[in-house]
Ligand binder design. Structure first.
Ligand code: NAD
Length: 474
């Protein structure tokens, strides 16, 4: 059974647990305890106890420790990637990409001496100067989802901690092993006890964090209903909240698009990470004459993707996270067919014992259908056909989500019209996954995000600090 990390010590949790699986084999790897309010309280108290000294630790010392952490992440890069593949299921190549993207947030956190600089304005009135300083908040908490067990925890605590806060992380109960390894490396880097605490659990622990009077801010990343709930609950309890939710991303292909570029990009977007990505391309929209050829080429290429355990050479699509989730995704395929979509490629025949589902393509999907509107979070691509770019933009805007939208075209004018018209916070032009690098915000809009300041980028430094303005006359 995994242990909680409280004040620098790994503590047993005397509560029921859940299995952590290898999704490619169905084998149980570990058990994760489901902590409750008591364990959350222990972690918050440990973080509170550490805050006074940590927030006064000179910035350069905090940065030095973060450099050591970064060195350890680099040294253990391959092990971390293998751990991600083992308990999440994604391919090793995807896992390496995830770990790299996560380390880039640590690289960005190392810019703290620049990003934490305040502002001064001299002589605002006779003999008076004004200064603005950034202060840490105190104890802050992070609640990540299952689909990036290393990268998303790294979106959270490195920036918070380097800014002088202390942290309580509640990893996903489905993929907790990445966070455990990160916490071990964090301790090895020499951070004082209590600066990072880890509480395993699910809904009960997450809600306890959102309610706890000692927690000043909550960063959540996960599904839309839970993001909405945590946003409301934590705000009701007086906290700052950043809550990133689900998505339904549209990939629009114009007749002038270079299909040699667009088709592989759409494939990677729809089936990479087995579709378990908040930036997964979920609906490909063929505009005008390109529709039939787009469908034909996507289906032919998707048919050739190799499904299997993520650690096997050449595998391109790993398993889904759990059997229940696989059944849910299969349910969506069935629903799509009942609502009038056509099955252009059926991935349901892949044999177990793992939680596999092959790439699936539904065509003739409209925004009124569940598969055209709701997040599926599996290797299922819907294809729909419209006549004009205007219609394609309307279709993307008809869903409540606004995470990402991409366009494939050779026309700058069309790309610009798309950028201006589409109600999504991350826009791709001739790319299938418009993931901002660590020094830009992860900028979901509408029901894909609840709050003001987004994960990573300068937003995150603002989220994890509060400002003090000093008016001085001497
Ligand atoms: P999830 O909402 O089920 O869980 C996320 C976290 O919340 C986990 O730590 C979980 O333990 C906790 N949780 C689950 N149910 C809860 C409840 N009822 N009350 C309080 N806490 C609860 O999400 P998931 O299935 O782990 O992750 C997949 C989802 O995350 C997808 O919808 C995906 O789009 C989204 N996601 C969004 C982003 C983004 O940046 N917008 C990034 C990655 C994933």
């Amino acid at each position: 059974m995994l242990k909680n990390l409280i004040g620098g010590a790994w503590r047993e949790v005397h509560r029921p647990g859940l299995p952590v699986y290898n999704p490619a084999t169905g084998e149980v790897l570990e058990e994760v305890p489901l902590s409750g309010p008591e364990e959350v309280d222990q972690a918050v108290r440990a973080a509170e106890a550490a805050f006074r000294a940590w927030s006064r630790t000179p910035l350069l010392e905090r940065v030095r420790l973060m450099f050591r952490f970064k060195e350890l992440l680099e040294r253990h890069f391959e092990d971390l990637a293998r751990l991600v593949t083992l308990h999440h299921g994604k391919t090793l190549e995807e896992a390496r990409g995830e770990v790299r993207r996560g380390i880039e947030v640590v690289d960005f956190a190392l810019s703290a001496p620049t990003l934490l600089q305040g502002r001064t304005l001299r002589e605002v009135t006779g003999g008076v100067d004004q200064n603005l300083f950034h202060y840490p908040l105190g104890v802050v908490a992070g609640i990540p989802p299952f689909n990036f067990p290393v990268m998303i925890p790294l979106w959270m605590f490195p920036i918070a901690v380097v800014a002088g806060n202390t942290f309580v992380l509640k990893p996903s109960e489905r993929t907790p092993l990445g966070a455990v390894r990160l916490a071990e490396l964090f301790l090895e880097a020499g951070f004082p006890e209590g600066v990072l605490n880890l509480v395993h659990g699910g809904k009960e622990a997450a809600e306890a964090l959102a309610r706890h009077p000692g927690v000043r801010a909550v960063q959540f990343v996960g599904s839309e209903p839970v993001a909405r709930r945590i946003y409301a609950l934590a705000a009701e309890h007086g906290k700052r909240v950043s809550a990133a939710g689900g998505a339904k991303n549209h990939l629009v292909v114009l007749p002038d698009a270079d299909l040699d570029l667009a088709v592989p990009a759409i494939l990677n977007s729809a089936f990479g990470n087995a579709g378990e990505r908040c930036l997964a391309g979920s609906v490909a929209v063929g505009v005008g004459a390109v529709g039939p050829e787009l469908l034909e080429r996507v289906v032919a290429a998707a048919r050739g993707l190799k499904v299997g355990p993520g650690w096997e050479e050449g595998v391109q699509v790993g398993p889904l996270i759990r059997e229940e989730h696989r059944r849910r995704v299969v349910g969506y395929i069935q629903r799509g067919l009942e609502e009038g979509a056509t099955l252009a490629l059926d991935g349901r025949g892949v044999e177990g014992p793992g939680f596999f589902l092959g790439p699936t393509v539904l065509s003739g999907v409209s925004p009124g259908m569940a598969v055209g509107r709701e997040e599926i979070f599996g290797p299922v691509l819907s294809v729909s056909f419209v006549k004009t770019l205007e219609e394609a933009i309307q279709q993307a805007n008809a869903v409540p989500y606004g995470n990402m939208a991409c366009i494939f075209t050779q026309s700058g004018k069309a790309a610009r019209a798309f950028r201006e018209g589409v109600q999504a916070g991350m826009v791709g032009v001739n790319v299938g996954v418009a993931q901002p690098l660590a020094f830009y915000p992860f900028s979901g809009w509408r029901d894909s995000f609840f709050g003001d300041l987004h994960p990573h980028g300068p937003d995150a430094f603002l989220f994890y600090t509060q400002r003090k303005v000093v008016v001085e006359r001497w």
